[in-house]
Design a binder for this molecule. Structure first.
Ligand SMILES: Cc1cc2nc3c(=O)[nH]c(=O)nc-3n(C[C@H](O)[C@H](O)[C@H](O)COP(=O)(O)OP(=O)(O)OC[C@H]3O[C@@H](n4cnc5c(N)ncnc54)[C@H](O)[C@@H]3O)c2cc1C
Ligand code: FES
Length: 388
């Protein structure tokens, strides 16, 4: 018989990582395709901070759904007559598949995040497309991990941490979360509680300022190489997952590189505005997505015709701009969400012509082979015919 001092032998190191990182671990449940929208029923709403709420949903038939820790769903709603689509990471654990939670930060001036905070209550329904995204554990990654997050970027890393705990794994994780002030730390208490149960998990919370908590004992300031070296001296040996605002991620990536961390063990996901609104859509879609994949240089000043087969319309677009931005400017509505080649919402059949596409996992090779393209991250290279 086991004594309380000798817990069950859990898989450690590479063994634990192999179990955690194997998609088959998570895919034993019914799949919810990312192309299929379902009506989720809200069964709980909780305040995480003064401007962050978690919303928990179940499917109407209470069915479980498979997803990988780190994936997101794409929510579709009409607010003030405006049809909107937005991505939200599933913050709950895939090992608790009967419910799905998203954790939403209220963005000043943001349409859907404010609407969700104001109107989504227990019993209400919300339409969403199934889980997608590549910011997930994968076979071959290192077993020692460093999670770096800021603000609402904590959500995918929280899902990974919760999932490991629910699988009974004690993985070697250092989780460094940055927030503006102690009052802005999302999942503050839960992370501390998880740390007390998992000897392999070290949680460090860094605040830019003490705000209204003068007794805050943790580090104050922004993440720097010096701070990282002090908090996590072995960071160059760790697989790093980073999520947060663009400026934070750029700084994190730079300081990791300066500190000798190998780029091939670095993963990041951006929540920053893609094509979420007409205004921001164009601003983002005209610049190349922040993919590490090599992007073809824009074809300078070339113009091409784009024929829309269904709507029987032809417009002229510039080879320097992403198709989504050009179509929007011409008043052609195209569903979109992330604007970064991540979510797959803007997938459209290309019937004729050539584009240069630099996606970030929002489309599969077999879909590309069938002629589908993501318009938010595709520049025209010839005259085109689209099935729109
Ligand atoms: C893969 C992925 C996962 C994500 N996961 C999460 C998550 O877990 N939690 C979370 O909180 N968020 C997450 N996001 C972000 C989320 O999708 C939304 O972008 C966010 O909630 C803001 O949406 P909104 O409708 O409230 O804001 P929007 O209405 O899109 O506006 C956002 C900002 O743009 C400004 N703006 C609006 N219109 C204009 C204009 N015309 N010109 C200039 N500025 C303008 C607004 O003032 C506001 O500051 C994720 C995003 C991605 C891509
Ligand atoms: S809008 Fe997300 S892939 Fe294009």
């Amino acid at each position: 018989m086991r004594s309380p001092e000798s817990p069950a032998a859990l898989p450690a190191g590479h063994q634990a990582e192999a179990l955690f990182s194997n998609p088959e671990t998570w895919e034993r449940l019914p799949l919810w395709p990312s192309t299929e929208s379902r009506l989720l029923q809200c069964c709980a709403v909780s305040d995480e901070t003064h401007d962050v709420k978690s919303f928990t949903f179940r499917q109407p038939d209470a069915a479980p759904a498979a997803f990988m820790p780190g994936q997101f769903i794409t929510v579709r709603a009409t607010v003030g007559g405006l049809p909107l689509m937005r991505c939200y990471t599933i913050s709950s654990s895939p090992a608790r598949p009967f419910t799905i939670s998203i954790t939403v930060k209220k963005v000043p001036g943001g349409i859907l995040s404010n609407w969700l905070h104001a109107h989504l209550h227990v019993g209400a329904t919300l339409e969403a497309f199934g889980p997608a995204g590549m910011f997930t554990p994968a076979p071959g990654q290192r077993s020692k991990l460093l999670y770096l997050s800021a603000g609402s970027g904590v959500t995918p890393l929280m899902a990974m941490t919760r999932a490991g705990h629910d699988l009974g794994l004690d993985r070697d994780i250092v989780f460094v979360h940055s927030a503006r002030t102690p009052a802005d730390i999302v999942f503050r208490q839960e992370l501390i509680a998880l740390q007390s149960r998992l000897p392999g998990l070290q949680v460090m919370q860094v605040c830019e300022s003490k705000g209204d908590a003068p007794d805050w004992q943790g580090p104050v300031g922004r993440l720097s190489l010096e701070l990282l070296q002090r908090l996590v001296p072995d960071f160059p040996q760790r697989e790093v997952f980073t999520c947060g605002p663009a400026g934070y991620m750029q700084a994190a990536q730079e300081l990791l590189l300066r500190g000798g961390h190998p780029a091939e063990h670095y993963h990041q996901e951006s929540f920053d505005l893609g094509s979420t609104t007409a205004g921001s859509a164009e601003a983002v879609a005209e610049s190349p997505p922040s993919s590490t994949a090599s992007a073809a240089p824009p074809i300078e000043a070339a113009s091409f015709s784009v024929t829309l087969a269904k709507s029987k319309k032809t417009i002229t677009v510039s080879g320097a701009h992403m198709l989504l931005a050009s179509l929007r400017r011409a008043g052609v509505p195209v569903p979109s969400s992330c604007g970064q080649g991540l979510c797959g919402t803007c997938k459209t059949p290309l019937l004729q012509g050539q584009v240069a596409m630099t996606h970030q996992g929002g489309i599969r090779q077999r879909e590309i082979d069938k002629g589908l393209r993501l318009l938010c991250c595709s520049r025209p290279e010839s005259d085109l015919v689209l099935e729109l």
